[in-house]
Unconditional design. Sequence first.
Length: 243
Amino acid sequence: MEEKMAAFRELLKKSERVAVLTGAGISAESGVPTFRGDDGLWQNYRAMDLATPQAFARDPELVWQFYNWRRDLISKVTYNPAHKALAELENLVPNFTIITQNVDGLHLLAGSRNIIEIHGNLWKVRCTRCHAITMDRSPDLGNSPKCRSCGGPLRPHVVWFGESLDLDILQRAVDVSRQCQVMLVIGTSGLVQPAASLALEAKSAGAVLAEIDLGSTPHSRFMDFGFQGKAGDIVPRLVEGCA
Ligand code: OAD
């Protein structure tokens, strides 16, 4: 493992364009549940009842209960050494972008600046009537929050199952993936599209890929470097010594 890490570090040091694709696994050590692990959210809750436009149309109060529970949980946790190491790496690489599937905002909290949040942000709400997007960090918004401008029902500004990603945001993520020299893929099961295909975009455009995950994923066989273990252990070790 040490030799492989040293080889990857040398590559990172020489790279001018680095992209990072993150998933729930990077926030697991902060205490944010993943989706598909043994204690994952989708083991205990039915995504179709809580994270689809149909669920919101049927029972907005239930959906808000779920999101208020997640807001409360995430308001009590903070970034971990993996988030922090990525924020440090951004200062060392001329062109550095994090593409995250996470809605928890922990990359920003850790000090990262160039972040593309492809699945939205838990701390943002969107009016279903006037479509205004606002930031609201209260841990509990109640079961039927209303828009301050027009009084319309608010929804979480996150991407639900069955919804398309914002096309401009997706395009930026695809461009970054096609242009990077190195992509780190951290803590994602690689099962949700189109996020999962970004790693393949990078690979087919010639980037070197490295995966950091507890186990193996559908991405693993495309990787040039695989580091199995906790992101909070491995990412700081990869970054230290890059300065
Ligand atoms: P998953 O829960 O599907 O996968 C989490 C990945 O992180 C798995 O591969 C784990 O092995 C790995 N992992 C867990 N703990 C880790 C640790 N400490 N260090 C390193 N790796 C660890 O989460 P995502 O891939 O992010 O979408 O899920 C993708 C999307 O599915 C989410 O953005 C969400 C979900 O439904 C929407 O809500 C639209």
